[in-house]
Design a protein around this ligand. Structure first.
Ligand SMILES: [Fe+2]
Ligand SMILES: [Fe+2]
Length: 239
């Protein structure tokens, strides 16, 4: 089966200015366990929303072994990240019990990113009918998410190592690599040679992701301002 290569899109995202923006943001988050706990909780929430979308959109008659494995992998990602968030939270007294906005870092903005992407894929595929559209939407939205995951997680892993953080996301990166390969194979079949909607959805994803980064930067700024206003006047400065 021919595959539609998604790797060039991953490479383009790694060169995009938002990659440097993410690094700078992570360098502000990782040294502060409370903030980091909320950020990891946001990632866990996004993995969970991905599982929920798959459960809703994939019909039994289309679901194969790879499909079940994908569901399970994303649920495991959510669980691993949640456990890391809880461990960081315990060390810093940050509440990360649920995925409520206050217990995440821009968690609502993260979920809005996902929902808007889903809607964009839906409109790109409006010409298809019922079951076919649901399946194509799953593939198109997943492809955009997997491309982002493959640009995001390697940078995150690199910054975790640079800061000597107590956990790793390299196992997640390996799974996402496999998912990206699966999407590449199946998109070629479902979207056809004209790659219906792919460019538009990937372009929209880039805009939506930029918006999410902005929301996260604002949340970091607000958390920093709160920390400054509650810190004792004699406390040593922290970064
Ligand atoms: Fe994932
Ligand atoms: Fe994935």
């Amino acid at each position: 089966m021919d595959a539609l290569s998604l790797k060039p899109y991953v490479d383009a995202r790694a060169r995009h200015p938002d990659a440097r923006r993410l690094e700078a943001m992570l360098d502000r988050i990782i040294p502060r366990p409370g903030l980091h706990a909320r950020f990891v909780n946001t990632l866990a929430r996004l993995e969970y929303v991905g599982v929920r979308k798959m459960l809703k959109s994939r019909r039994a008659e289309r679901l194969d072994l790879d499909g079940l494995q994908h569901l399970l992998d994303e649920a495991v990602h959510a669980l691993r990240l949640k456990k890391a968030a809880v461990a960081l939270g315990a060390a810093s007294a940050a509440g990360v019990t649920t995925f409520a906005d206050a217990e995440t870092l821009a968690g609502d903005a993260g979920e809005a990113y996902f929902q808007a992407l889903d809607r964009r894929a839906e409109s790109a595929l409006a010409a298809l009918d019922g079951a076919e559209r649901a399946e194509a939407n799953y593939l198109l939205t997943s492809a955009a998410i997997e491309v982002r995951a493959q640009a995001f997680y390697p940078i995150y892993e690199q910054r975790l190592r640079a800061h000597g953080a107590p956990f790793s996301v390299s196992a997640i990166t390996k799974d996402e690599d496999r998912h990206l390969e699966e999407m590449s194979q199946r998109l070629h079949v479902v979207l056809g040679p004209e790659r219906r909607g792919l460019q538009a959805v990937l372009a929209e994803e880039e805009v939506l992701y930029g918006r999410f980064l902005t929301a996260a930067e604002i949340a970091i700024g607000a958390a920093s301002a709160r920390a400054d206003s509650t810190a004792p006047a004699t406390a040593p400065a922290t970064t």
